[in-house]
Design a protein around this ligand. Structure first.
Ligand SMILES: Cc1cc2nc3c(=O)[nH]c(=O)nc-3n(C[C@H](O)[C@H](O)[C@H](O)COP(=O)(O)OP(=O)(O)OC[C@H]3O[C@@H](n4cnc5c(N)ncnc54)[C@H](O)[C@@H]3O)c2cc1C
Length: 587
């Protein structure tokens, strides 16, 4: 097997991976960086982000307000030291992005423009029209090209981390063009592989978001933290699951039920206002809005028809000029996918799985419990999102913690001498052996597409916006059955060049591992908090559950679930209030 030596190996070249690579290159230009991605970097999911990235920049705002919104938005499950650090560093990162060429939208005066976003009680979300992720990823990608020490390995599928004696020494990856397995040895490894929304059937997430890195770290012994917290975004297009950004409501769009009634006024999310005013109900946090949809559906107030169960997003009053200027992608998507022009028509929407709050357990330096193994971006849980991420905090998170991962990985690399050759090579051979065995397997009747469908539907059914013990137990049983049958999957394509059958099989393996952590953590959390709502335990229970769930891999059975303290520094848990009772910060 070919061995490729680097000082720092980075798995994933989306926003977090690229930001980490740049940080390493800047910290020490003499270090060799191997940057691996299973797709060309610009196809990473960061490219799809629409609405923007939050950072305090206006005179009426403060770091304390951003901190408070984030901590209460996360239903006090956030680690407050991490949030503090995040709100303090993000604006610097956004300005740095500007200097690297990110075309932030502007006010007439030339100042950076900000827009309202859900759960943010003050306007602080920077944006580049409604293509923010595209522009941010472009900016990071073009900046990364400046550094000769960053060597890219595009279209390399990473299969396993090489961990021995409590330290990470590299990873194995398949060059997808040839099918050859390579061993990447490194002194530090940073996992930036993005989320796992594809474990659900209806999601805004690109097809590549299959939780590969989470599963790799999990199998290597790192716990996956808070996996039961899965974010539904309230406005996905029916059919495709394509997102209509929260910017639609930020700019003043309304949600209407079948009677053309702004139903959110019944859910204690603030007053019905004729113009976009913060604290108004459409700008409530995503968990509450998705739950309100579910309630409306139970009351028979949603619209049933060719789009299934939907409500309407009304942007007609915003006018063509504003929509073209601030929401051009939303207009294109609505016309193309549901034949509705927001300038003249109501647009059908429904909640859609969007983001994993949970992920690879790290500390505020992006370090996992395994020496030399770091993680940042959506696959990591640091945790600034707690039980419910606020829209526009994720693009910021990948900058702040991507950069930190890079810097701390450099510090660690300086302490490492030569890699431990023999053990590393033996583990890589094992990883290759497992892939070869897949090719040799024959006669199995299980199909990847069928198993994936069963896993998807059972998660949506039993572990969706609302859950209860029975629905979760049913889902646990389905996932266990899918896992057992997965062992009998046979590759139909035995070729080596771009063998999508192989990668989909490996991705399904990763998704099953993520799914089991989601459902087992959800089953044991007998309370309702943020995005985790139990019909049989409707109250938040701070006495027993103000703590992070930690799912540990168990090769012989169900994951072991343990708990970890939440870091509380200055904001004591209180009721989450968005409606009339929410005083304090002015719009
Ligand atoms: C439609 C949409 C809109 C969004 N809008 C916003 C927004 O407006 N504001 C906001 O804050 N957040 C938004 N989010 C969330 C945010 O965009 C993501 O959480 C964030 O971009 C994730 O970045 P990342 O770098 O962690 O991962 P990604 O950008 O997903 O990159 C993952 C990388 O890992 C690589 N990879 C994965 N598995 C492997 C493997 N096995 N081997 C090798 N490489 C691998 C991939 O190739 C890719 O390069 C949005 C998300 C979606 C889906």
């Amino acid at each position: 097997m070919q061995v490729i030596d680097a000082d720092i190996v980075i798995v994933g070249a989306g926003g977090a991976g690229l930001r980490a690579a740049i940080a390493v290159a800047e910290a020490d230009p003499s270090l060799h960086i191997a940057l691996l991605s299973k797709v060309y970097p610009m196809r990473s999911h960061t490219c799809a982000a629409e609405g923007g990235a939050a950072g305090v920049v206006k005179a009426n705002d403060s770091l304390e307000y951003h901190f408070n919104d984030t901590v209460s938005g996360g239903d006090w499950l956030t680690d407050q030291d991490a949030v503090d650090l995040f709100v303090n560093e993000i604006t610097k990162e956004l300005i740095q992005m500007e200097h690297w060429g990110c075309p932030w939208s502007r006010e007439g005066s030339g100042h950076v423009a900000v827009r309202p976003f859900g759960g943010m009680k003050i306007m602080r979300t920077w944006y580049a029209a409604d293509k923010t992720g595209f522009h941010m990823l472009h900016t990071l990608f073009q900046t990364s090209l400046k550094y000769p020490s960053i060597k890219r390995f595009d279209e390399y599928y990473t299969s396993d981390l090489i961990v021995d004696d409590g330290a990470c020494h590299g990873c194995t990856a398949i060059e997808m063009r040839t099918g050859e397995m390579k061993l990447f040895r490194g002194k530090s490894v940073i996992v930036c592989t993005g989320g796992a929304g594809r474990i659900f059937p209806f999601t805004t997430n690109g097809a590549i978001k299959t939780g590969d890195g989470m599963a790799m770290a999990y199998r290597a012994g790192v716990p996956l933290k808070d996996m039961e917290f899965v974010q539904y975004h309230p406005t996905g297009l029916p059919g495709s699951g394509i997102l209509l950004t929260e910017g639609c409501r930020g700019e003043g769009g309304y949600l209407l039920n079948k009677d053309n009634y702004r139903y959110l006024q019944d859910y204690d999310l603030g007053p019905a206002t004729p113009t976009p005013v913060l604290k108004s109900m459409e700008l409530g946090p995503r968990d509450r809005l998705s739950q309100a949809f579910w309630q409306e559906s139970k009351k028979g107030n949603t619209v049933q028809g060719k789009w299934g169960d939907i409500v309407w997003l009304d942007m007609r009053h915003l006018g063509e000029k504003l929509i073209n200027e601030r929401l051009p992608l939303v207009r294109d998507l609505s016309i193309s996918y549901v034949a509705a022009d927001p300038v003249t028509d109501l647009v059908p929407v429904r909640p859609v799985v969007h983001y994993m709050m949970g992920g690879i357990h790290t500390d505020i330096n992006a370090a996992t419990p395994i020496a030399g193994l770091y993680s940042a971006g959506e696959c990591a849980c640091v945790s600034i999102n707690g039980a419910n991420r606020l829209g526009s905090n994720s693009l910021g998170e990948l900058l702040v913690f991507g950069a930190r991962a890079g810097r701390f990985a450099v510090e660690h690399a300086k302490t490492v001498k030569a890699p431990r050759d023999a053990l590393v090579t033996a583990q890589a051979a094992d990883a290759e052996g497992r892939i070869k065995a897949l090719f040799k397997r024959s006669g199995g009747k299980q199909r990847v597409s069928q198993l994936k469908r069963e896993m998807n539907l059972s998660l949506e059914e039993g572990c969706g916006i609302y859950r209860d013990e029975k629905s979760l137990r049913d889902t646990v049983a389905v996932i266990a059955d899918v896992r057992a049958r997965y062992r009998d999957v046979t590759l139909e394509d035995k070729s080596s060049v771009y063998n999508t059958d192989l990668y989909q099989t490996l991705e399904l393996g990763a998704m099953i591992e993520c799914a089991e952590t989601v459902v087992h953590s959800a089953l044991l959390r007998t309370e309702s908090r943020g995005a985790h709502q139990r019909l049989d335990h409707v109250e938040r229970d701070d006495v027993n559950f103000l703590k992070h769930s930690m799912a540990y891999y168990n090769p012989n059975g169900d994951p072991r679930i343990d708990y970890h303290e939440v870091v509380i520094t200055k904001s004591q848990p209180a009721a989450r209030v968005y409606g009339a009772a929410a005083g304090g910060q002015a719009a």
